[in-house]
Ligand binder design. Structure first.
Ligand SMILES: C[S@@+](CC[C@H](N)C(=O)[O-])C[C@H]1O[C@@H](n2cnc3c(N)ncnc32)[C@H](O)[C@@H]1O
Length: 243
């Protein structure tokens, strides 16, 4: 037993997992890339792709300019990210999505409508944020329709949790915004409960609960699925008030 514990500790140190969580917040569902998505990856990853291995990124070098930078976590197939980047050329956008076919779908859109203000990571957001995003650098962090993990035994997989908030808190600039949207009432309540214990953030909603969808957020693919099922949509917005 002791040996096993020592082995696990050693492995965690080697993989740096002591710092970012081993519990995954996503389903392990990779599909082989084929056809136009594979081509999009081959042709465009060099232009838009970033790798966690390269370490902390310098936004002004990466985007070739100084501009407010927005991070979207779990962009799925990227329609929303692409739309926001087209609508807001004055902002830089970094997207993180672990599901490669989703990343390839965004690259395929970028092939049709190139948008210079997007860069993409295709890895676990918890690791990318820790290794690559400078402190006090982000204007907004967006988490739209995170995997709901509705079963109690899976709650530990929800990306919104106290460790995640502590991690992103240092990455947001002063007055930076964390914006979460979900169609799961239970997830909305879970988020409120997590954020109530975070003195570094204030809820921007008048009733201390939910805000109306702001203009910059297009309807997302998962949101449309939720709406078809009759789900209500909850937007939650928190501002960082201290480190
Ligand atoms: C329910 S989908 C929502 C996709 C999109 N935001 C939308 O609203 O259509 C959640 C996405 O988050 C991604 N995801 C979950 N945990 C992640 C992590 N730790 N790092 C990167 N992506 C993650 C999943 O792969 C999935 O594509």
């Amino acid at each position: 037993m002791l040996l096993l514990l020592l082995f696990r500790k050693q492995k965690a140190l080697i993989m740096n997992e002591k710092i970012y969580p081993q519990i995954k917040t996503f389903m392990p569902r990779q599909r082989r890339l084929t056809g136009s998505r594979l081509n999009a990856f081959d042709q465009l990853w060099g232009t838009y792709g970033l790798a966690a291995l390269s370490g902390t990124i310098d936004f002004s070098k990466t985007f070739g300019r100084n501009a407010p930078t927005v991070l979207e976590i779990g962009f799925g197939t990227g329609e929303t990210l692409h739309e926001m980047a087209k609508n807001h050329p004055e902002w830089n956008f970094i997207g993180i999505e672990v599901y490669r076919p989703g990343v390839a779908a965004l690259l395929a859109k970028l092939r049709v409508e190139p948008t210079g203000n997007i860069r993409i990571f295709a890895e676990d957001a918890n690791m990318v944020i820790q290794k690559c995003i400078p402190d006090n650098s982000l204007e907004k962090i967006l988490v739209f329709f995170p995997d709901p993990w509705p079963k109690r035994r899976h709650f530990k997989r929800r990306i919104i949790n106290e460790n995640f908030i502590k991690l992103i808190q240092h990455k947001l600039k002063a007055q930076g915004i964390l914006h979460i949207a979900t169609d799961w009432e239970d997830y909305a309540m879970h988020t409120l409960a997590v954020m109530q214990n975070q003195p570094s953030f204030v809820n921007l909603a008048d009733n201390n609960q939910f805000v109306l969808r702001p203009n910059y957020r297009p309807l997302t693919k998962f949101e449309q699925r939720g709406l078809k099922r009759g789900h209500q949509i909850f937007d939650l917005m928190f501002q960082k008030i201290s480190d």
